[in-house]
Structure formats: C-alpha cells, structure tokens
Unconditional design. Structure first.
Length: 143
C-alpha cells in the first residue's frame, strides 16, 4: 500500500489544537508532513472552521496562529462546482462529509484522516483515524 498524500479533516485539527485524545498521533503526522515525507491537504473550509472555533473562544490572535500553521503545512483542495457535483452524486445524508470526500478524491489523496466515527464508517479502507495513519507511517517510513 502506498500513502503519499493525506486529506486531514477539520476535527483532527480541532482536537490537536486543544491537546485532545489524538493530539500526539496528529503531532507525529504533522512532523511527517513538515519533513515532506508525505503531503498533507485539507479544504479551505477547515481554515474557516478552525478560525471560527478559536476566534470565539480564544480571540483573533490565537485563531490566526492556528490557521496560519495549517496553511503553512497543508495544500488546500478545491471546493468548487466539480466537488459539489461529486458530493451530490455520493447521495450521503451528511453533505459536509460528502464535500470533504469529494475534495479529497479530486485532489488525489490516498487517505482521509478524521476523528468522525460516522464519516469513517462510510469507507474504512479509505478513511482512517490519526492513530491508523501514525501506525502506518511508523511501520513503513523512517522519520
């Protein structure tokens, strides 16, 4: 199996920035991305969601710090008309998950990394947890 590019869902960053349960796994993943051993991508919506969450709780400076960190590491995927059409074609009840899936697929990501159990259940071979990816990276790549 080849994992060169991963799409990181918003909730992974939310968890990471508050030192949640998956923060240590995410830190390892981000280090692999920082060292360009794998490529990371996320949607522009992730930047907006992280900004909104931290701006309302911690203020503009903290929110900007987090979105700049994401933007400095991640490629941003498209979320235009093609992704909207592809998301509709999935027929999922959760349009946000469908948009993330369409964005990841259209950017040629090998895996989606998320903490959303409902999302992971849609395609467990393509959608992993941070722990799944960390285990794969540690076993298959040298830091």
């Amino acid at each position: 199996m080849n994992v060169r590019k991963v799409f990181i869902d918003t909730n992974v960053f939310d968890d990471f920035f508050v030192n949640g349960p998956a923060a240590s796994e995410t830190e390892i993943i981000l280090e692999f991305i920082r060292r360009k051993m794998i490529m990371g991508c996320t949607s522009p919506k992730t930047l907006m969601d992280v900004y909104y969450l931290f701006h309302s709780e911690k203020g503009q400076a903290e929110a900007n710090k987090h979105i700049r960190r994401i933007y400095g590491l991640m490629e941003l995927t498209s979320q235009g008309p093609a992704e909207v059409r592809d998301a509709f074609a999935l027929g999922w009840s959760d349009f946000e998950d469908a948009m993330q899936m369409a964005s990841a697929k259209n950017s040629h990501a090998d895996k989606i990394i998320t903490l959303d159990k409902k999302f992971r259940n849609k395609d467990s071979s393509y959608i992993w947890t941070p722990s799944d990816l960390k285990s794969f990276l540690v076993q298959n790549m040298k830091k």
